[in-house]
Design a protein around this ligand. Structure first.
Ligand SMILES: *Cc1c(COP(=O)(O)O)cnc(C)c1O
Length: 421
């Protein structure tokens, strides 16, 4: 007998034997999850960082209903619609310079698959042979589908398990720490050497700019990206930014690329794009990439087209989400969150803590071993906070609408947990 009270439902990244999920959400409002048993939990992690405006947002609900009443979805193969066109134009207007072309898909992972396929086909369309490997970073996370798993950290469990099935990519070590000059120097030397040796086999270089998310929240300096940009230019290698996690303000700028003042050739957005309402991603490309797909017949056309691409309801919600972000000056809200996290998370001390760090609306406590946070999830839930520590990190990445009092409740739980250890 291996089933749980949840019956048929199989949970992600979880050992199902003995699993009994205690957190059954009945409704949610603002930053608060209301459980079926009456408990209320402040969501400290925005449902995997995507619910940027909080839950049950009246304007987003309204725009979703309006679109559903017109039509929920139509295929983008041969048909078109205003929500997809308007969102593409809006994204092109706010994205880092030059990213004028937008291809939609239905999740961050698939958006990244699209980026990889675009890079591969770009070279083929130009008649260049042999450029079919990706240069990626240790500690990277780019999603769970097969192609992008191959560019995730090669020493991490998931990659390891599927070795042999995955294409072999080239990895270099990222700088570790936003202000660590020694680490930056070493990483630049390694990157420069990798380009010198392997550039002719590279389809693209792929990174999460400034903040590596699910691979452990490594923050690294913008200088590294500027060096990567110039090496890519020098060797004719497209540069891909995975901003699925960092896009829409998470690191304190609208896009993390802005910290470095550069544009990639391809940029991928997801997570916060629809504010957590619906699955959607956008893969943006510049003219250089896009023009390699132009021709007189079908032969150079980009070979991809998910069933749900450009989903009209998702597009309508995403567009309104961006309008709210701009209208209500979310970058200012994020700066306030950052200042509060700096005051309240950076000073947290306790045994088992390796480092505390903050960037934008992300506060991270790196611990020496996963055993340090064993029991923290229920400790936090007993105090009205929803956290999901993983591996060597405990973090908060709250919805941007969070109040000072709610955020204080989150940081107090963290402080108290480590004070008791
Ligand atoms: C979450 C994430 C993905 C994958 O997005 P899904 O929507 O879960 O497929 C890809 N890249 C980064 C940086 C992410 O944080």
């Amino acid at each position: 007998m291996t089933s749980t009270r949840d019956g048929a439902l199989w949970y992600p990244y979880a050992q199902m034997r003995g699993l009994d999920c205690q957190y059954d959400v009945a409704r949610a409002e603002g930053c608060t999850l209301e459980l079926a048993d009456g408990r209320k939990l402040i969501d400290a992690i925005s449902s995997w960082w995507c619910v940027i405006h909080g839950y049950n947002h009246p304007e987003l609900n309204a725009v979703l209903r309006q679109q559903v009443d017109r039509f929920a979805h139509v295929m983008l193969g041969g048909l078109s619609h205003e929500p997809a066109r308007a969102l593409a134009n809006k994204l092109a207007s706010i994205a880092p310079r030059g990213l004028n072309h937008v291809f939609f898909a239905d999740s961050g992972s698939v958006g990244m698959e699209v980026a990889m396929k675009m890079a591969i086909q770009y070279h083929k369309n130009l008649g260049i042979q042999g450029r079919d490997r990706f240069l990626a970073l240790y500690r990277a996370y780019h999603g769970d589908t097969t192609g992008v798993m191959s560019i995730g950290d090669p020493e991490e469990g998931m990659h390891h398990l599927f070795r042999g099935y995955l294409p072999e990519q080239l990895f270099v070590h990222p700088p570790v720490g936003f202000d660590n000059q020694d680490s930056l120097g070493r990483a630049i030397a390694e990157l420069t050497a990798a380009f010198a040796q392997h550039h002719l086999s590279l389809a693209a270089m792929v990174v999460e700019p400034i903040m590596q998310g699910a691979g452990g929240f490594n923050f690294y300096p913008p200088e590294y990206l500027r060096v990567a940009r110039s090496l890519c230019d020098q060797h004719g290698v497209p540069l891909v930014f995975d901003e699925v996690a960092t896009g829409f303000g998470r690191t304190g700028k609208l896009f993390a690329a802005e910290h470095a003042g550069i544009s990639p050739d391809i940029l991928v957005l997801g997570k916060g794009l629809t504010a957590g309402y619906l699955g959607m991603s956008a893969t943006l490309a510049n003219d250089r990439i896009y023009e390699a797909f132009l021709g007189d017949g079908p032969s150079n056309a980009f070979m991809h087209g998910p069933t749900f691409m450009g989903h009209a309801t998702a597009a309508a919600v995403a567009l309104r989400s961006i309008e709210i972000f701009e209208r209500d000056d979310y970058l200012k809200k994020i700066a306030r969150i950052e200042a509060q996290l700096q005051r309240e998370v950076l000073p947290i001390r306790g045994s088992g803590i390796k480092e505390t760090r903050v960037l934008g609306a992300v506060g991270v406590i790196e611990v020496t071993s996963p055993s340090v946070h064993l029991g923290l999830q229920s400790f936090a839930a007993d105090r009205g906070v929803w956290l999901r520590p993983f591996d060597r990190t405990v973090y908060t990445a709250p919805p941007y609408i969070i109040s000072e009092v709610e955020l204080l409740q989150i940081t107090s739980v963290l402080r108290d947990w480590f004070a008791l250890r």
